[in-house]
Design a protein around this ligand. Sequence first.
Ligand code: IMP
Length: 183
Amino acid sequence: MEVSDVEKDVTEILVSEEQIRSRLAELARQIETDYSGRDLLLVGVLKGAVMVMADLARELNRHVSMDWMAISSYGSGTTSSGVVRILKDLDTDISGKHVLVVEDIIDTGLTLSWLVANLRSRGPATVSICTLLRKPEAQRMTVEVRYVGFDIPNEFVVGYGLDYAEHFRNLRSVATLAPTVYS
Ligand code: IMP
């Protein structure tokens, strides 16, 4: 879906399809270097990270394994609840493995801090984080985010996996949602 298909619902394209593609290619080169000679397990956080995971994984010119977790965070509103619940756990035993968590967006960082602590308790060799988008508040997080696609302003965004009430995930770019949609 293009922005022109939903032009009344979005105010601005924040990150274009092309910007996403070229930034993911840069991150992939960095990841290839950093994990050279080591097995790598990508853990995608459903559902938002589906697009990032698909495109990042295909950019990587090496073998990777992929697994998924689903955790609840936002419901259908636009503010973080801080309540995290596992809806779907990993299929893989991650002990001794190099895990790279692939996220769509970090806002308060609450979800991710919880997730990283949870994964670390399972005895992996390393756990690092890759996120396509990061909002300003996340920079105060205690958990280090190793790979960041774009730092964006503190606005509610949709597209490229990110939803508002389960809509807009299939938008090709990342765009800001018009306040009329949720007010
Ligand atoms: P956090 O716990 O505040 O970092 O929230 C992280 C999760 O909230 C993300 O994985 C998204 O699912 C959701 N989220 C945060 N900001 C946005 C946004 O601007 N649009 C859509 N979803 C968002």
